[in-house]
Write a protein that binds this ligand. Structure first.
Ligand code: F6R
Length: 639
């Protein structure tokens, strides 16, 4: 076995275990595995980018292993120096939330014999007990601090104890027996150097998808890693294993029963996940919004009945009419969409609506009426907290629907129904187009429920007309990009930014602040404008600008009062407005950005765009890594 590792020295405190929400790619076939694995890892890098590694089996049944701390680019350099050739291999890109980032902790990990390589996403909660058990059996040669290595050793240990000439069945059984001892979550890929052309995959709580090719098969934690090679995919369920060979695959349960599978056609192509002419995915995705907003409502507007058609909810009109309460749950940006959703649904349908952080909802006793409808909102459909909330809600007997972008995701599959965003792949770590798609869908839900209650035909028709025109308004808003870039240059030296908004735009203040924090690392807060005078005003100073989201809407004059309050304390003010707002803000705000006009309830879909652009341009000015901001990962599959 030849292991080449990089030379990165970790400085962080060593901890005995780590959590991952990382990427896995496996390949078995006739082609050279390494370029495919490397390309797959690049596609997954947005999910984790602390360290990376590959192990391929060479012609002498030896592992060629390359792994190092750092980005995929560092791994690629390592491989360029020491090429690794073989037709079967597994690879991993890691995002650690605990434990140091160093070469040794990078995956793949090996069993004691060095013959079994394993990559893992998830957390082995009882790794300590398993490790002690292995040590008692004389297996002491652990090279990393990871829980993953313990699993690799366990598989190896069991493999040695099993008899049988059929080495493939033996490896499957060893993995199966090891996983039965595991408490925790996993998506894994396992290869044995002496079992040719064979990969074992398994999942529990961490996604794994199998890509079917011709005389080659793929395994990945996210289909975007393999869509360049095949669009035929099988999504594994929890407690399922897959045995993968170049020309066949077999799915079975942890108990050994043969599994059912359905082959899905992946909606998007490899082209869709390319940056094209854009310098960053985030900018590309911001500029895709006229299309993603259109796609979120495509086929879902009924001009005849002046309502929305959402068949995916899987609910009859009678059931929908019975709903007395709605709970919207999600994390981060999806939570902010939920906050706008509360305003939208109460405004359009007058149904009491509450918003809960998924992480809070799942662990507390929220009093619920029997006719409560719960929506779990998640771009990835894999966020652990949102999935936990969905499961908790279903367990308590509530109808729980998903609003997801990733159609094959766990949340999409485990919910009672839902509405897909159809926004296309979102690669930039900062969520942009998924947010505006979520807002469109929440508007459609409000419209549908509203039209079953008090909302008139005329009001429904007006909203539909406005929705129809919305993509053009989004396009018009995007023309502000250069102006926002100028503002970013002007404000590049600020110590932070405060964001304020009212009503529909209060959550946009929070979303604007989140975007800024995530990719510029500047201090930022978002608040309802009126809260200013209840404490925040103490922060006002010349190097801390306030951005007011103040379209010419029902609360414009109220916003104007708050703007004056900041002005009186010499705080710089950037105002986002619409209609005649600019005229009234002249001489008060330092900078005024005028957006197209739309009905008040649709305004957040426009007001968020200049804030996305501001975060983007400021991050570029500050030299930040826009698509891979520090410490963040796109999909948070740990609690
Ligand atoms: C913000 C961001 C995160 C996600 C959050 C939920 O830009 O990307 O805050 O919004 O982790 O992710 P999903 O929507 O995939 O559940």
């Amino acid at each position: 076995m030849s292991i080449y590792i990089g030379t990165h020295l970790a400085t962080e405190e060593s901890r005995p275990y780590n959590f991952h929400m990382c990427g896995i790619v496996g390949y078995v076939g006739r082609a050279e595995a390494t370029p495919i694995l490397l390309e797959g890892l690049r596609r997954l890098e947005y999910r984790g980018y602390d360290s990376a590694g590959i192990a391929v089996v060479n012609g002498e049944h030896q592992f060629e292993t390359r792994k190092c701390a750092g980005r995929i680019a560092s791994l690629a350099k390592l491989i360029a120096r020491k090429p690794a050739s073989g037709h079967v291999g597994i690879s991993h890109t890691r995002w650690a939330t605990h434990g140091k980032v160093n070469d040794e902790n990078a995956h793949p990990h090996f069993d004691a014999s060095g013959k079994i390589a394993l990559v893992h996403n998830g957390v082995i909660e009882n790794y300590q007990a398993l490790k002690e058990q292995l040590i008692q059996n004389g297996d002491t040669d652990f090279r990393s601090d990871t829980d993953t290595e313990v699993l690799a050793h366990l598989v190896g240990n069991i493999y040695e104890q099993l008899d049988g000439k059929d080495s493939k069945a033996r490896l499957m059984n060893a993995v199966r027996a090891a996983l039965k001892q595991v408490i925790g979550t996993y998506g894994i890929a396992v290869v044995h150097a002496n079992v040719p052309d064979f990969i074992v995959g398994a999942r529990r709580g961490s996604p794994l998808v199998l890509g079917i090719g011709r005389d080659e098969n793929f395994l990945a934690s996210d289909v975007s890693a393999i869509v360049a090679y095949t669009r035929d995919a099988v999504y594994l369920n929890d407690f399922e294993l897959v045995a993968l060979e170049p020309d066949k695959f077999e799915i079975s349960s942890l108990d050994g029963a043969a599994g059912q599978h359905a082959v899905s056609r992946v909606e998007f192509t490899a082209e869709d996940i390319k940056k094209g002419d854009y310098p960053h995915y985030m900018l590309k995705e911001i500029f895709e919004q006229p299309f993603s907003v259109r796609d979120a409502m495509r086929g879902r507007l009924s001009f005849e009945d002046c309502t929305a058609k959402l068949g995916g909810l899987n609910m009859t009109p009678a059931e929908l009419r019975k709903i007395t309460r709605i709970v919207l749950t999600g994390c981060g940006t999806a939570f902010h969409a939920a906050m706008v959703g509360e305003y939208l649904i109460e405004h359009l349908a007058s149904i009491p609506t509450e918003v809960e952080y998924a992480s809070e909802f799942r662990h507390r006793n929220t009093p619920m009426t029997p006719d409560t409808l719960v929506f779990a909102i998640s771009q990835s459909g894999e966020t652990a907290d949102t999935l936990g909330a969905l499961r908790e809600s279903r367990q308590k007997g509530y109808r729980t629907l998903g609003i997801c972008n990733n159609v094959a995701s766990t949340i999409a599959r485990e919910s009672d129904g839902g509405v897909y965003m159809h926004a296309g792949p979102e690669i930039g770590v900062a969520a942009t187009k998924s947010f505006t798609s979520q807002l469109v869908i929440l508007t459609l839900i409000g419209l549908l429920l509203g039209r079953m209650r008090h909302l008139s035909t005329a009001e429904g028709a007006q909203l539909i007309e406005a929705l129809e025109n919305l993509p053009d308004k989004v396009q018009e808003t995007l023309k502000l990009s250069d102006r926002i870039k100028t503002l970013a240059k002007k404000y590049v030296d600020v110590s932070g930014v405060l964001f304020f908004g009212r009503q529909f735009n209060f959550p946009i203040a929070m979303e604007g602040a989140l975007k800024l924090k995530e990719i510029t690392y500047l201090y930022a807060e978002g608040h309802p404008s009126a809260e200013l005078k209840h404490g925040i005003i103490a922060l006002i100073r010349p190097d801390l600008p306030s951005i007011f989201i103040a379209p010419e809407d029902a609360v414009f004059s109220k916003n104007l009062n708050n703007i004056e309050q900041v002005k009186a304390r010499k705080g710089p003010i950037i105002a986002l407005t619409s209609g005649n707002g600019a005229g009234r803000l002249k001489g008060i705000a330092n900078d005024i950005v005028t957006l197209p006009s739309v009905p008040d309830c649709l305004m957040p879909i426009l007001t968020v765009i200049p804030l996305q652009l501001l975060a983007y341009h400021l991050a570029v000015e500050l030299g930040r890594d826009v698509d891979k901001p520090r410490n963040l990962a796109k999909s948070v599959t740990v609690e």
